[in-house]
Design a protein around this ligand. Sequence first.
Ligand code: UDP
Ligand code: MG
Length: 135
Amino acid sequence: MERTFLMIKPDGVRRGLVGEIVARFERKGLKLIALDLVHASRETVEAHYGVHREKPFFAGVVGFILSGPVVTTVWEGDEVIAISRKLMGATKPTEANPGTIRGDYSNSVEQNLIHGSDSVENAASEIALWYPNLV
Ligand code: UDP
Ligand code: MG
């Protein structure tokens, strides 16, 4: 059974889309095993986006995630990583299909509502970072 880390970004919380976004994963049949509203620390967010440290958008995305509370979640299910990435939609607004979360509700490459782990390895390290006590 696979696990993934999904985070509703500050734009999703500010816009009142938490219920809508969580509901999509629930209706898909994925199992919610952790959920919290948190104001993350800079240290955690910089570690979370550590793979992007050298990218030009690194400082911007870290500052954006720190701009308000986020909703962190962990989900479980067969192929949950690939399935949740599909439901999220592509990173770029021009590529996110209608019917996906980003495709339906975002027109920004930065303020794109949701983060989702993209591999088994990254899911494990992100879950360990945000939920060190989750068994
Ligand atoms: N991002 C950005 N500008 C870019 C690319 C990415 O601000 O040109 C932000 C955006 O919020 C994205 C995050 O950095 O969700 C991480 O980028 P990644 O390529 O990992 O996209 P994701 O996995 O979130 O689809
Ligand atoms: Mg990513």
